[in-house]
Design a protein around this ligand. Sequence first.
Ligand SMILES: [Mg+2]
Length: 187
Amino acid sequence: MKFGFDIDDTLINLREHAFHLYGRKLGREVAIERFRECATISVHELFGLSAEEGRRMWQELQGEIYYTACPPFPDAVEVLHELVRRGHEVYYITARTPEHCERTRAWLIAAGFPVAEGRFYCGMGDTEKIHVIRELGLDYYFDDKPAVLNTLGDLDLQVYAKDNGYNRHLDIPRIGSWRELLDLLKE
Ligand SMILES: [Mg+2]
């Protein structure tokens, strides 16, 4: 079968990584509990930044956010390897902007993810992911972002939300931890 995955906040804990980098940069400590309760994708509000200040902070720290030690979610790397071992195809579909594609692919490999030739898609907008997903004929697709998930309702595949506070209003199947994926395949 063919499995497609978004990267940021689906396979890797990018938002929390960014939260820590913002705190360090601003020299301001915000309790992790407040981060966990935060129901917006962006984290700048937690530091009292305006949307414009938040945008600038993201731009300034983007290289660090993307390419330092952002941790994969527990079991993500292992479970994707297990899929490959069982003969499945693993695809990555990320809306990171085109100038980040090559480096992101290299980062994924360095982080231990199985990235086969021709199975890394990058640089499309959130609402363009649907075209890639349809053309690949995926059987499963996983993403965290409502702006993406909301476009996929009419496709004939299994779509799952990677569970997060900002997507709980969506009435679609969800996955909390990556171990659950192997359980899904038993059903
Ligand atoms: Mg994402």
